[in-house]
Design a protein around this ligand. Sequence first.
Ligand code: AMP
Length: 416
Amino acid sequence: MITKQKGTMDIYGDMAKKRQYINDILVSLCEKYNYDYIETPVFESSELFHRGVGETTDMVQKETYDFKDRGERDITLRPEGTAGVVRWFVENKLYGNMTDPVKVFYNEKMYRYERPQSGRMREFTQWGFECFGSDDVMSDAEVVSLAYNAYRLLGLENVTIKINSLGDNESRNNYREALINYLKPHINELCEDCKERLEKNPLRILDCKIDAGSDILKNAPKTLDYLNEESKERFEKLKNYLDLMDINYEVDTKLVRGLDYYNHMVFEVVLDDSYALGGGGRYNGLVETLGGPSTPGVGFAMGYDRTLLAIEENNINIPINNSIDVYFLYVSDTEKETAAYLTQNLRLNGFIAETDEMQKSLKAQFKSVDRFNSKYFCVLNDEDLKKNEVVLKDNKTKEEERVNINDLVDYLDMHM
Ligand code: AMP
């Protein structure tokens, strides 16, 4: 038997319906924020993700699915959404003549070669959004507010937004120096990976899963102490906007996020202080890194699968439809032909209609009526059909009504 790959899943049944429901909520919310939907390719040149995400990140060093295609090109499966969207932005020269920010959202499969566990898959979905062109703190606040409102609309009232600032390049570099100097004498007490990170990507040490909780990291210098005046002022402004918008947040001075491209605001959404349900931040250097002119950007990505797990764990009810509107039962060939016509006609008019496609006995067809939880059923009968009539029965009350076939759609419209 061929089985699915480790860290992947089939999405079907009630789970598929729940995801569709959540998707509808998120799409409609993004529209309220005037964000447009975008899809980018699942595979891109390796250079895009390696350069965009950062050669020194764990994601690029250990997690990307890299391969050569049949034309010997270096290809990578999309591990995150931002780099592809930035590539689209630069390739289409959307930076020219910007009078308003360019705002887009996506809902896409991502691929990372990680050790699979609950909430950590190799193929997973992120819903995310990006805003290009504005360096105003107001757009940082808007991105946080869109993320925050998404979780609230999904019923996850107890989420907390953790925010921090890495500051501008000058502040970030000063902090980097200070962190290296602080960590150097302790390096042998850190894990093997962190030893390597010290020179290449010291900020990443702060969110190392192995060394998390160690006193060394607890006492490490804080980014906020290294912000220059401008960056400090910017962070204060952000907090002020978040207060004005009634967004529940906490400053977390240890938050740096694993990717290379962030500056100024970084944030994460956590539930009950457990794992992150999503994260984002400002990335003013990324468009330039990927070949465009210097353009500010800010964005967020929600872990869709983890968010759904959290919804399940918190017993939040997601309404899913497990019923149909009408089931047509038949015996003769002419009745079957009418069933074919009526199901097609009702479906076209917005009803969920079903009939037998397995040559079942009438008794077995009645079982299908209940299995599909049909609101109405209709036993087609050649005698009635000669008069162009059907007898429609309410499956709950068992009340029945004789209806002219031409009036069936109107009748159902009035009764449902
Ligand atoms: P990141 O792009 O790493 O900032 O991730 C953003 C969000 O995506 C995280 O907060 C998680 O909720 C989710 N996520 C990241 N990696 C995985 C994974 N391997 N499986 C499932 N969800 C993930």
